[in-house]
Design a protein. Structure first.
Length: 372
């Protein structure tokens, strides 16, 4: 049978991202039983240690798909109602009229209207999304800070609302997913991280995926270089960082192989029931953290190209690291890519991110990986 993976083209596209300025990246692409894994560049810019395709990596908001799947499992067993107000479960965290108006579904698909807490937790980001008026100082200051999720939620809930509950477009906010973590804890009697580990990660048979116990990444991994739009020059390693600032919203560590396995099983109806998967794939317009409007479901979003089949998955960033995992709707074609530099774009005089060769090279890699 002809191999549907163009390995030389995948190798070349990966190398091009490295040549465009990415210190290191690695990926896995699958098509049926055919698998390609590749890596380009370095895991450490000082020693020159190379990246390898089996490295563990902070996957950022890809975590949201795991958390959403856990919530849907609890919906299936009747402990959570998707359209039940969050105030019924967590009245102390979302009190009063807002608690009555914001449903669980609105948290999962980012239409709650609750603000992002990050600019309040990180003082130097206070002006976000006006990037030119932000600074990277508090990223450094809080490397080893142990944040309390309830305190972070309080910052988002008491901040000015970014929309009416249920209104569209929604606005992407980590506050929503910290609340879902507290909801899982309330209805299961366990922590969200423990429940997700037992019922999502272990159910999928993922051997190299988990929530970090401390600020370190266990096992072989790359350093993670944060540039904060050119304000950190040279970019600084943030691979040692306490992830309590995002918890069940973005703290997972995984591998590109595990991510492809997870999304393949999810889209095959093996993590949540097919009826729950259908709910996850019901999308609404949501304004992303980059300011673009995307279609967003329940912890999943589609990737469409003209004349091509639809892929489903999630992207994620942390300080210094980025990930994109996408699986075709039929589950056969899959891509997971991990990179070890973030916010590489400089800002123009108006404070908007400028185009960078990495952007174009990554887009080309995604095209080859997804569509051949």
């Amino acid at each position: 049978m002809k191999n549907p993976l163009d390995r030389p083209a995948l190798d070349a596209a990966l190398d091009e991202v490295h040549r465009a300025g990415m210190p290191g990246l690695f990926a896995e692409v699958r098509d049926g039983d055919h698998v390609w894994r590749g890596a380009a560049g370095v895991a450490d810019v000082v020693t020159g240690r190379p990246v390898t395709a089996d490295m563990r990596h902070r996957v950022g908001s890809v975590t949201k798909t795991f958390t959403a799947a856990a919530v849907l499992q609890q919906v299936e067993c009747g402990r959570i109602g998707l359209d039940t107000p969050i105030g019924r479960y967590l009245p102390e965290l979302v009190p009063g009229e807002r608690g009555d108006a914001i449903t669980v579904r609105m948290l999962v698909n980012h239409t709650s209207g609750l603000a992002e807490y990050l600019p309040y937790a990180y003082p130097s980001l206070k002006a976000y999304p006006v990037l030119a008026d932000t600074g990277p100082e508090s990223l450094e200051d809080t490397r080893l800070t142990r944040f309390d999720p309830v305190a972070l939620i309080g910052m988002g809930v008491t901040a000015p609302a970014v929309g009416a509950p249920g209104g569209t477009p929604g606005v992407y906010s980590n506050t929503n997913y910290l609340l879902l973590g507290e909801l899982l804890a309330r209805v299961t009697g366990s922590t969200a991280e423990r429940y997700i580990t037992r019922n999502v990660i272990e159910r999928a048979g993922l051997r190299n995926t988990g929530f970090p116990a401390g600020p370190y990444v266990d096992g072989p991994h790359s350093r993670l270089y944060e540039a904060w739009f050119g304000m950190i020059d040279p970019p600084r390693d943030h691979s040692v960082h306490d992830m309590s600032w995002v918890g069940p919203a973005a703290a997972l560590i995984s591998t590109v192989t595990d991510l492809n396995r997870f999304f393949g099983m999810l889209l095959a109806g093996k993590i949540v029931a097919p009826s729950s998967l259908a709910q996850m794939q019901r999308t609404v317009p949501v304004v992303s953290q980059e300011g673009t409007t995307i279609d967003y479901g329940l912890g999943l979003h589609p990737l469409d190209a003209p004349g091509q089949e639809t892929f489903w998955g999630h992207g994620g960033t942390v300080w210094g690291g980025g990930t994109l995992a996408m699986t075709r709707a039929d589950g056969k074609r899959q891509m997971s890519v991990a990179v070890n530099l973030q916010r590489w774009n400089g800002l123009d005089p108006s404070g908007r991110p400028q185009p960078h060769p990495i952007d174009e090279a990554l887009a080309a890699l995604y095209r080859v990986a997804l569509y051949g």
